[in-house]
Design a protein around this ligand. Sequence first.
Ligand code: ATP
Length: 232
Amino acid sequence: MYGTGERAVVALDGLTADFANGTFTAVMGPSGSGKSTLLHCAAGLERPDGGQVLIDGTDLGPLSERRLTVLRRERVGFVFQAANLIASLTAEQNVALPLRLSRRRPAPADITAALSEVGLAGRAGHLPAELSGGERQRVALARALVTRPAVVFADEPTGALDSAASRQVLALLRGLVDRHGHTVVMVTHDPLAAGHADRVLFLADGALVDELAGPLSAEGVAGRMARLEVAR
Ligand SMILES: Nc1ncnc2c1ncn2[C@@H]1O[C@H](COP(=O)(O)OP(=O)(O)OP(=O)(O)O)[C@@H](O)[C@H]1O
């Protein structure tokens, strides 16, 4: 619930979802349906005023702010629509940041491994301005992966990319799940993006109203979305 009194908004209502290890889930729904709120609650960025969130078996509810911050830093990866890289740092320095924040000494091999996973080992010394938009988003993904998180949350990760760069990022996310056993939860408006997932959750008015499980296609996702729109 956001706000109080007449301005109170119930952003999520009686929603239960689990995201199994090694799976790729897309979350779709109309604007205002609660997608970002679900992502923020599941990632420990916001505390729901009811219900329970578990990451890797840890209940986030009882954690102090400090312990929640540490868990988020070490067990959760984030990718947003904008890559949000630090302009004065090279790709590898940007990727090393989460480890520095955890006061861990970044091992060069870990940074190289994260950049290799996104196909950018050859761009380690480049500044963000020297990279394409798609490459910058892939550096952001490497930065999300470098701590070996239990789950990566992506909020419209291809929203600012052209179709070729989008396809590359989506293929990469798919590969991370298939080849490296990562767990990905992605909010998207794009049926093409959702078509890369194993499962799509459809939200409306803060509730889970439908679910589609693989094998998925962009057409299948778009068709289900259209039917849900008509049903409303
Ligand atoms: N900080 C906030 N304060 C008050 N209300 C909020 C806040 N954030 C979200 N809401 C409300 O909660 C509901 C769910 O918002 P949310 O951002 O989760 O939706 P969404 O599905 O991600 O939307 P979009 O696709 O437009 O990003 C909306 O009605 C929104 O107006």
